[in-house]
Design a protein around this ligand. Structure first.
Ligand SMILES: O=c1[nH]cnc2c1ncn2[C@@H]1O[C@H](COP(=O)(O)OP(=O)(O)O)[C@@H](O)[C@H]1O
Ligand SMILES: [Ca+2]
Length: 454
């Protein structure tokens, strides 16, 4: 029985809500992979901050949905295993009332046939027993905003009764915490600046949450997630090469041959291909952390700024303020950052085979998955460059960054904020504190009227 129909049903659901937790499902269709999240909350406390928490994350096998542009059906099929998993986690009698949302991020923003992929995905989601509420590409602004809401909701910064403080030491001393999100195709920075007004309209958001106003700065850099940033760097280095590249951002002995056409597959790298007299790139690692930093620096254009201060590419950035949480996919980020210079300068015989080199590196970084190992030097160095050179986190500001993975049981990504917003669980005004919830009230009312009629 759905809980949205009719007063009587609502009353009954209110009563059953006393006993059954409620659920919501969000699929984060990222550029590199999709994750399905199941959230749970006690129904009668739905408007309190901190009560919604993650009970399941299912990692979809294979590519991100934007990777199936050649065979869009597969984008839908790839989600089936995790949708089945969600059916096991959510009790069967609640399937029909449980909303499911899919939000796609930067990989789909870059894809010209995103609509076709979304239709395939929608077909799979509609065929599940859940209450399908939509599959769409979310904007970079939304991604930044929902990431900020998630972090501050989970850290208890909206200060509502009923809130469970999982990590009191992380709770922001200045009201709210900024959010940094590093994806594969885009990266977001969101925080409440001291400076007002926010000079650029498109970077400015206004929220009223739990009775308080927030003026928030946000920007999403499309093409500056770590996978696309690597392409930007390679495309820039290629211009001055003859097709062979000695790359300081890969460890010594590493070899990779790439088709130039595979590099120029999306709008991040526009129109450079025609001018190149070669069709393949022969990349050879000669790991050198300092030189890697220098080659990465070239992708941040700091030559012009039409505002009082900028990050890069002429984008407004007010002075950094307060603490920042680095979210979700950054659960391994700290490891990459701290190991960056070691991973780059890891000298192994130049002539050694790729396999041998990988084994050597693997021995030093045993917990890193093979597929990420080869880009470990680049990734760590890129994150450092972005934070220090791109956003201006100086040594002392660096202390204000917390690399978050989970807060309590929930991943610190944009999905929770997205669901809270779509299910109206973050009210603009402070919910009145009432001695009893609606559900309890109805429950007692029904109980007392039945005793009266006895
Ligand atoms: O275990 C890991 N180690 C290192 N990097 C990882 C790991 N798991 C995921 N990643 C990286 O995290 C990033 C996730 O980006 P995502 O797919 O969310 O893109 P988007 O948010 O830009 O759409 C990708 O660059 C992916 O390669
Ligand atoms: Ca992401």
């Amino acid at each position: 029985m759905g809980c949205t129909r009719g007063l009587l049903t609502r009353c009954l659901c209110g009563i059953t809500g006393l006993f059954y937790p409620q659920y919501g499902i969000v699929l984060d269709a990222g550029s590199s992979h999709t994750n399905l999240y199941v959230y749970e909350w006690p129904a009668e406390k739905e408007n309190d901050t901190g009560v919604v928490h993650q009970v399941e994350v299912c990692k979809v096998e294979g590519l991100g949905i934007s990777g199936y542009s050649q065979d869009t059906e597969k984008a839908g099929l790839s989600l089936q295993r995790c949708m089945k998993r969600a059916q096991e986690v959510v009790p069967e009698h609640q399937h029909r009332e449980t909303p499911v949302y899919l939000g796609a991020t930067a990989g789909m923003r870059l894809l010209s046939i995103a609509d076709r992929v979304l239709s395939a995905v929608e077909k799979t989601l509609r065929s599940s027993p859940f209450n399908f509420q939509g599959a769409r590409v979310i904007s970079g602004q939304e991604e930044g905003a929902y990431g900020w809401i998630t972090i501050n909701y989970l850290l208890g910064n909206f200060k509502q009764p009923g809130w469970l403080n999982f990590l009191p030491h992380l709770r922001s001393s200045r009201g709210t915490s900024g959010a940094l999100d590093l994806g594969g195709a885009s990266t977001q920075i969101t925080f409440v600046p001291d400076q007002e007004p926010i000079e650029s309209q498109e970077n400015s958001l206004h929220f009223r949450l739990y009775g308080k106003n927030y003026k928030v700065y946000t920007h999403s850099f499309l093409c500056y997630g770590k996978d696309q940033a690597l392409r930007l760097k390679l495309a820039s280095d290629l211009q001055a090469s003859n097709g062979s590249l000695l790359d300081p951002c890969f460890h010594p002995g590493y070899l990779r041959i790439m088709n130039i056409s595979d590099l120029y597959t999306n709008p991040c790298i526009a129109n450079g291909e025609q001018q190149l007299p070669f069709t393949q790139l022969h990349l050879q690692g000669n790991g050198d952390y300092q030189r890697c930093r220098m080659t990465i620096q070239k992708i941040f254009n700091t030559s012009h700024c039409p505002y009082s201060s900028c990050s890069f590419n002429g984008i407004f950035l007010p002075p950094l303020q307060g603490e920042f949480g680095v979210s979700l996919d950054a659960r391994y980020t700290w490891r990459e950052v701290s190991g960056a210079s070691q991973a780059c300068d890891n000298h192994v015989e130049q002539q050694a085979s790729k396999v041998f080199v990988l084994l050597q590196v693997k021995a030093e970084f045993p917990k890193i998955k093979e597929k990420y190992l080869s880009e470990y030097c680049f990734s760590g160095t890129y994150i450092l460059s972005l934070l220090e050179n791109g956003y201006g986190f100086t040594m002392e500001k660096w202390q204000s960054i917390q690399f978050l993975g989970k807060i309590g049981s929930s991943d610190a990504g944009w999905t929770l904020g997205y669901m809270l917003n779509l299910t109206n669980m973050i009210p603009a005004e402070k919910p009145p504190t009432r001695p009893l919830s609606h559900a309890s009230y109805y429950f007692l009312l029904v109980l007392s009227s039945s005793s009266l009629s006895l």
